[in-house]
Design a protein around this ligand. Structure first.
Ligand code: GLN
Length: 513
């Protein structure tokens, strides 16, 4: 163990304050998320289509705003002020959800969307800044941080759902809001104890102080953030127009990246391309992974013989695995570095995709165990989740860690925001993939034909005839497992390609591991 007083367990002390701040922030985020769809359908009495539309728009916008929060932190606010502003907005959002009118409902979601934009990218960038350049502990530090995320993500749905069920919705949302306040409290404690050194201060005091309409940049950005609440509220409410936003956002992001590309020097040019490449791989990862909250939950509900938990609770299996595996993984990355065997990040992201694909193929293979009612054995779900979680640990925390190395310091939080757009795109496409699993009367399942049909047959042992002519439950099962086998195979293939081209990517990373 390191004896340095500014270190704890071989990592900068600041990591542990950020760990708890993020743990509680994610507690509030995932606690509220677990209630959201049920609250809409049971309490506000919205129909399924409207509820899914609102949920999808909310989840994707939450991961769109980090790009704006990142730019504003890089240029004006610094990470510290951004995190505090974001935390306050998110806490307000959760508290206002306890007031049951459409105005407060959409306004609250909007507050959380904007708040997350300030909080999430900047706390992640902050972690990266705790480590000096080329510090080999960085990946392992992010893996520990990721564990905090998942402790919050695992506990909150259980607690908030229990509060909501036993005492009423308001108490569930209240607990989420209190969680966010605790997150802010831990962050503030870190600030007071001085464990962050001078990281995350305002980047340029002169620019910050320069008045516009009598307000400094902090006041101006705070005012504009609150003024934009109605805008995001309307986007969530009228989510049928969201795809226009995806196009506009993509255009703006690419234009900004091109602008940055032209302004930085050579090694950073190629590093920037690698950052974009990792973001694309990560988007693919989330598009498949995020079936967890949608089609995979329904699959568990309809076609898995669940023992000891209900379908909604299967969502916490992933977080529980992360909690169990994060420390061993963090330790393993450190040990592998010591013996010079730590695979580079380009290989790790390929591995992450392959494992995700394998996990989904195992979900598909469950069809081999089906009984007369098209119910499959739960063991496939448990093993599949294990494999894809190992994949997540190879790609997601490592991706966060790489962003903080690949980007020029000046654009760090913006590039982190770009990385989070992988979840924005991921959620957008995950919705489309989930739709492919619904059985539509008279429509042929595209995954039952040609090469994809052959893959399904190979993985699941099922022929489409069962799907087309069988009972409802069989057709539904075929629909799930064919989509999972098809996308599983595609993901494995892309992962293999990523490993194949990893030597080139490594070269382009210009010294970053
Ligand atoms: N579960 C991780 C988190 O909450 C990653 C989420 C995501 O980016 N989709 O931070």
């Amino acid at each position: 163990m390191n004896t340095n007083v500014n270190e704890y367990m071989g990592h900068p002390k600041g990591l542990f304050f950020l760990f708890f701040a993020e743990l509680w922030e994610r507690f509030s985020f995932y606690g509220m998320r677990a209630l959201l769809v049920l609250y809409m359908t049971k309490q506000l009495l919205y129909d399924d289509t409207m509820s899914f539309g609102i949920y999808g728009a909310y989840m994707s916008l939450v991961y769109f705003t980090p790009i704006i929060g990142g730019v504003l932190a890089d240029r004006y606010l610094g990470y510290r002020k951004s995190i505090v502003l974001g935390g306050i907005m998110m806490a307000l959002g959760h508290f206002f959800l306890t007031i049951e009118t459409p105005l407060f409902f959409f306004g609250s979601l909007s507050l959380i969307i904007i708040g997350n934009g300030f909080f999430k990218p900047n706390i992640s960038t902050f972690v990266g800044r705790l480590y000096p350049e080329n510090d080999v502990r960085r990946d392992s530090g992010f893996t520990i941080f990721y564990m905090g995320i998942n402790i919050g993500g695992a506990v909150a749905p259980l607690l908030c759902a229990w509060l909501a069920e036993s005492y009423g919705w308001h108490y569930g949302f209240l607990a989420a809001g209190l969680g966010m306040l605790l997150g802010l409290f831990y962050f503030n404690r870190g600030l007071n104890k001085g464990v962050f050194g001078d990281i995350g201060q305002i980047p340029n005091q002169q620019i910050y102080d320069k008045k516009f309409l009598g307000l400094n940049k902090g006041q101006l950005i705070t005012m504009l953030s609150f003024l934009s609440v109605p805008l995001f509220a309307l986007l969530v409410r009228f989510n049928e127009y969201e795809h226009y936003m995806v196009w506009i956002a993509s255009f703006v992001i690419i234009a900004a990246l091109v602008l940055i590309y032209t302004s930085v020097n050579k090694p950073f040019k190629s590093r920037l391309i690698v950052a974009a490449y990792f973001t694309i791989l990560m988007s693919l990862f989330w598009a498949i992974f995020e079936q967890a909250g949608s089609s995979l939950t329904l699959f568990a509900d309809r076609n898995v013989n669940l023992i000891g938990m209900n379908a909604a609770q299967t969502n916490s299996i992933n977080s529980i695995y992360i909690i169990l595996l994060a420390i061993p993984f963090s330790w393993m990355w450190n040990k592998l570095t010591q013996i010079n065997r730590n695979p580079n990040s380009a290989i790790k992201s390929g591995l992450g995709l392959i494992l995700l694909g394998l996990g989904f193929c195992i979900f598909a293979m469950s069809a081999r165990s089906m009984d007369g009612l098209a119910q499959t054995s739960m063991s496939y779900l448990i093993i599949g989740y294990f494999i894809l979680t190992v994949g997540e640990l190879c790609i997601s925390p490592i991706g966060l860690s790489k962003m903080t190395e690949l980007s020029p310091v000046k654009y760090l939080a913006f590039i982190m925001g770009v990385f989070f757009t992988s979840s924005f795109y991921g959620h957008f496409f995950a919705g489309k993939i989930a739709k492919l699993t619904s059985v539509v009367e008279g429509q042929i399942n595209p995954f039952s034909e040609g090469l994809l049909g052959a893959i399904t047959k190979f993985v699941t042992g099922l022929s489409p005839t069962i799907g087309n002519e069988g009972e409802e439950a069989f057709r539904q099962l075929y629909s799930y497992v064919s989509v999972y086998a098809g996308f599983g195979a595609i993901t494995i293939l892309i992962g293999l390609l990523a490993i194949l081209i990893s030597p080139f990517i490594k070269k382009m990373m210009a010294g970053v591991h």
